[in-house]
Design a binder for this molecule. Structure first.
Ligand code: 0L1
Ligand code: MG
Length: 263
C-alpha cells in the first residue's frame, strides 16, 4: 500500500533522475519521507523509467541487485531488489568508463542471461527459467548510487533504480547446456591484482533463482519478463570502487573475459 501521493512520487522521480543525469549526489529520500514503503519506492523507480521512455530512451534489460551473500553482507541487507537498464547504460567492451559522468562508481562481476519466452509469476520456478534461457552472457555492472557517501537504506536504493548506471557485456555467449551456472567461476582483477572471486552459486544459490525471483516480484505489480529480455542476475562478488586510471578485468569460466579502462 502506497503512502505517497502521485505528485510526490513524480517529484521524487525527477529529483533522483536529475541526480543521475547531472552526476550530483543527494541525501537519501527516506530522510524526508521516513514512512515511505516498498510500493512507494518501486513507484518512484517506475516513474523514472516512464520519464526516460517518454524522452525516447529504450529499456534494454532488467537486473536483480543484492542477490549475492557477499553483496548483502557488504550492504548489511537481506532483500534482493530489481531495477531496469536503459540503452545508454550499455558501454561497448574496449570503450572507457568516464568517471566525470558518475559520482562514486563501483564495479560488480555479473552473470547475465537472455531469455526466449515470457516468464510470469507468481510461482515462476528455477526450472521454468532454465528452460527459457537462450544464452548466458558475461557482464560487468558499474553501479553509482546517487546518495551522498553511500548513506542510504534499501527503499531509497530501490527508488534510485538500484544504483544502476552502466554495464558492459563481452566475452563469449554460451547456451545454457554449455555451462553450469552454479559452479561457473568468476575472478575479478583490479590493476593486475585479484580483488574478488566467486561462483554462480554465490547468487542466491543459483543465478536462475534471481530470474525466477524477478518474475515473481514483477508479478506483484502485474508485470512479467518479456521474451528476449537481457537480465543481469546480480553481483557474484562484493562491489569494488574504481577511479580514473584503473583497469578492471574479469575472467569468467567458459565465457571468456571482459576488460574495462577507467578514465
Ligand atoms: O546491482 C546491485 O547490486 C544494486 C546495488 C544497490 C546498492 C549499492 O549501490 O551498492
Ligand atoms: Mg549489480
Amino acid at each position: 500500500m502506497s503512502t505517497l501521493d502521485k505528485t510526490t512520487i513524480e517529484n521524487l522521480a525527477e529529483h533522483l533522475e536529475n541526480a543521475e543525469l547531472n552526476a550530483q549526489a543527494v541525501t537519501k529520500i527516506t530522510d524526508d519521507y521516513p514512512d515511505m514503503d516498498w510500493e512507494d519506492a518501486y513507484d518512484i523507480q517506475w516513474e523514472i523509467r516512464r520519464r526516460k521512455e517518454a524522452r525516447g530512451t529504450r529499456v534494454t534489460g532488467l537486473k536483480m541487485g543484492l542477490t549475492s551473500w557477499a553483496k548483502m553482507k557488504q550492504m548489511g541487507v537481506e532483500t534482493p531488489i530489481y531495477a531496469f537498464l536503459a540503452d545508454y547504460f550499455s558501454i561497448d567492451e574496449g570503450a572507457e568508463i568516464n568517471t566525470s559522468e558518475l559520482i562514486h562508481p563501483k564495479v560488480e562481476a555479473e552473470i547475465a542471461v537472455i531469455t526466449n519466452r515470457v516468464l510470469k509469476g507468481p510461482g515462476c520456478t528455477i526450472a521454468q527459467v532454465m528452460a527459457a534461457i537462450e544464452a548466458v552472457v558475461p557482464a560487468i555492472e558499474v553501479i553509482d548510487s546517487r546518495y551522498e557517501n553511500f548513506r542510504f537504506d534499501l527503499k531509497s536504493v530501490v527508488a534510485d533504480n538500484a544504483s544502476s548506471s552502466r554495464f558492459i557485456t563481452g566475452g563469449r555467449l554460451r547456451r545454457i547446456d554449455q555451462v553450469d551456472l552454479k559452479t561457473l567461476g568468476v575472478v575479478m582483477e583490479k590493476n593486475g591484482e585479484v580483488v574478488e572471486l566467486g561462483s554462480g552459486a554465490s547468487v542466491l544459490g543459483h543465478p536462475a533463482a534471481a530470474v525466477s525471483m524477478l518474475a515473481n516480484m514483477l508479478a506483484e505489480r502485474g508485470e512479467e519478463i518479456p521474451a528476449g529480455t537481457f537480465i543481469m542476475t546480480g553481483g557474484v562478488t562484493a562491489a569494488v570502487a574504481i577511479e580514473a586510471g584503473d583497469s578492471i578485468s574479469v575472467r569468467y569460466e567458459e565465457l571468456g573475459s571482459i576488460t574495462i579502462n577507467v578514465v
